[in-house]
Design a protein around this ligand. Sequence first.
Ligand code: HEM
Ligand code: HEM
Length: 282
Amino acid sequence: MTLVTISALVVLAWAAWVLSAGRGTLRAVILVALALALFSFAGLIGYLHVAGFDVLLTDNTGRLAGLRPIFLTMLGAFAGVGGLLLLVAAKVETGTVAPILPRANEPDRFGLTSRWLHWLIALIILALIPSGVIAAGLADSDELNSNLMFAHKSFGLLALLLIVVRVGRLLRAGKPALSSGLANWERFLAKLTHIALYLLMLAFPLTGFLLSAFAGRDSYFFFVAVPPFVDEPLRAVVQPLGLLHKLIIPIIAYALIALHVAGSLKHALVDRDRSALRRMTG
Ligand code: HEM
Ligand code: HEM
């Protein structure tokens, strides 16, 4: 399992690198591969609608069990639409040239490090959400549950580390300005969404780690097992943390990520101004 997780990490890091500064055609290949992954996920959810969600979600206990098919259906729909958009993006990217970027941010575009962090963290978070929902819906004794949780916790803690680095850089170094053509409300909404996304990116892994630590369960960071804070679950703390990590933060995340992605795509496809996407891609 460690080997699979490490291979996934290498593939994600490479994809994030290509999305940040690769040649257009290579970027298109990655976008098509991501679209296929999204279509497979959407297909799996479609299949579960026919076969019944209990084929996959074998643990129907707990207050949130009834919500998981709804969450998965929504994620499946996001994945289907996202896959189609990625195919459009792949077509647009084909043949574009790779930008020659400095590592630091510039007044009119993000530098290599910011882009790389943005795409790596985005890919990790987008993969952690369905893996968490599926793992939570599996019986504790299921081997897939422990494997998914190993990967979920390892990548979750890695995301936390990368996010702390990202926030640290943001506080020290400047970043490019938003496009000048934006209306005031768009500018306000973009800034608010960005701040909320930073808070969300910190809150997700922190509550997950504390949830595990106070439930008396190990966390993992690839080869390293991180022991829990208590031997027996501390219910008074675990319950509110569970509510945050499994219900409140995911709902906020769905809304924010949808707003953020829809905003950047509206700007690129409807307003025909690709400057924002260009700040983070080509
Ligand atoms: C950015 C990072 C993370 C994201 C986006 C994320 C997301 C999720 C989601 C969506 C769920 C499913 C909730 C449900 O449907 O019940 C979940 C469950 C869970 N996550 Fe995370 N998580 C992250 C980081 C972490 C970390 C770092 C840990 C621990 C070290 C962790 C531990 C857990 C645990 C223990 C569960 C519950 C599993 C169960 O109920 O059996 N998560 N996570
Ligand atoms: C896959 C879909 C995504 C697309 C197409 C996308 C696109 C973009 C673009 C174009 C920008 C630059 C905005 C500008 O300068 O005006 C940006 C910035 C940002 N993105 Fe994303 N993004 C995606 C996913 C995510 C995810 C999943 C997160 C976090 C959960 C995220 C967090 C952020 C943050 C915090 C910024 C602001 C950076 C800053 O100004 O400091 N993005 N994104």
